[in-house]
Design a protein around this ligand. Structure first.
Ligand SMILES: Nc1ncnc2c1ncn2[C@@H]1O[C@H](COP(=O)(O)OP(=O)(O)OP(=O)(O)O)[C@@H](O)[C@H]1O
Ligand SMILES: [Mg+2]
Length: 333
């Protein structure tokens, strides 16, 4: 049954009490289309209801529903979807439908909390008060937390592994989602050695489905991700990268008199545009960003050579339109 309270009222309540451990999170009860066996099939309407209730979207996009259905039925899944395709929903909905989920990625927590969803991010950068609160919650028999975002570095520590084992033994670990899963592949441009440690998860938690998500289309990387994570008979979903709403234009740098001037003119002609300029090298990012700022286009560089704090503030400034242009390497994602 659906609660009497409207989604709007629930969101207001969540905003007033923005600390998740105070939230009275009562998810929409789900109707399951088949009975009591472990591998239950969730009715699509019930999942769409969750999507509408929490996120306000009318329906699932692309292969979202297939991925959600797979992990809810306990099956591993490898999901390839383009950037902005909606990969996050593939673990956010299961986390709301079931009791808990672990996700390897950051920066979505604030947006989820705004929607009244009990999510937290656990990392070494958090204050010990927050970390303690999170640990208290997951150690309690009935955690309010639905989504816990952790770093691969943390998940590989023996302390956290044993914590996960305890949660799992209590039946509270329903999904392990690994976002940006291409980072595990040394064939990928973004290889992160810490992701390699995730290969033990499949063995450690044989009953918990693993959902690997990436936007990297190279077949070599996909195969490597599936093998490295030891996914068992995964459902492999690939969503088309064709985006009819995107307009592409190629300008050859060699044919331009001055690439910086051409780019500046383009940005200026677009007015109050929000843009990302990708460069191959960090120094080019710094240089181009300084050039744009000098001619009155607010911009900032973003690359792996900057510290975490600075990168977060650039991201925040860009998202909140304080700056117009980010000049970045692929570190920006
Ligand atoms: N079913 C849906 N209907 C409408 N919008 C959706 C739906 N699912 C997700 N979105 C929206 O699409 C946008 C992109 O989603 P998301 O960030 O999950 O993409 P992503 O595939 O993870 O991209 P990236 O590769 O950049 O991480 C978000 O604003 C999200 O709220
Ligand atoms: Mg994503």
């Amino acid at each position: 049954m659906v609660e009497e309270t409207t989604p709007l009222a629930r969101r207001d309540e969540a905003t007033i009490s923005n600390r998740w451990w105070k939230m009275k999170k009562s998810p929409l009860p789900l109707q399951r289309s088949s009975g009591s066996s472990e591998k239950r099939i969730y009715a699509k309407e019930a999942l769409v209801k969750l999507l509408r209730w929490h996120f306000g979207y009318a329906d699932f996009r692309g292969k979202q529903f297939d991925a959600i259905q797979a992990v809810l039925s306990g099956r591993d899944c490898f999901c390839l979807m383009p950037t902005g395709g909606g990969k996050s929903m593939c673990y956010q909905i299961p986390a709301l439908a079931k009791k808990a989920g672990i996700v390897l990625v950051e920066n979505q927590v604030a947006a989820l909390k705004e929607k009244g969803i009990a999510a937290e991010y656990l990392s070494s950068t958090q204050t010990s008060t927050i970390k303690n609160k999170i640990h208290e919650d997951i150690d309690s028999g009935r955690p309010s937390l639905r989504l816990l975002y952790v770093t691969p570095e943390l998940i590989a520590t023996s302390g956290f592994m044993s914590k996960l084992s305890k949660i799992c033994a209590r039946g509270l670990l329903n999904l392990i989602a690994i976002d940006e899963a291409h980072c595990i592949s040394s064939w990928g441009h973004d290889f992160r050695p810490s992701y390699r440690k995730l290969s033990s998860l499949r063995n450690q938690f044989p009953s918990v489905p693993i959902l690997a998500l990436t936007a990297t289309a190279a077949p070599k990387v996909q195969k490597d991700v599936i093998e490295s994570l030891c996914l068992q008979d995964p459902l492999v979903l690939k969503y088309s990268f064709n985006r009819p709403n995107i307009y592409y234009e190629v300008r050859y740098k060699d044919l331009l008199d001055d690439a910086y001037t051409d780019l500046s003119n383009l940005l200026k002609s677009e007015g109050d545009v929000c843009a990302i300029v990708y460069c191959l090298e960090r120094t080019t990012c710094d240089d181009l960003s300084a050039h744009l700022s000098q001619i009155g286009i607010s911009s900032a560089a973003y690359h792996a050579g900057l510290n975490d704090k600075l990168r977060s503030s650039v991201l925040e400034d860009w998202i909140s339109s304080k700056i117009q242009v980010v000049v970045a390497t692929v570190a920006f994602g």
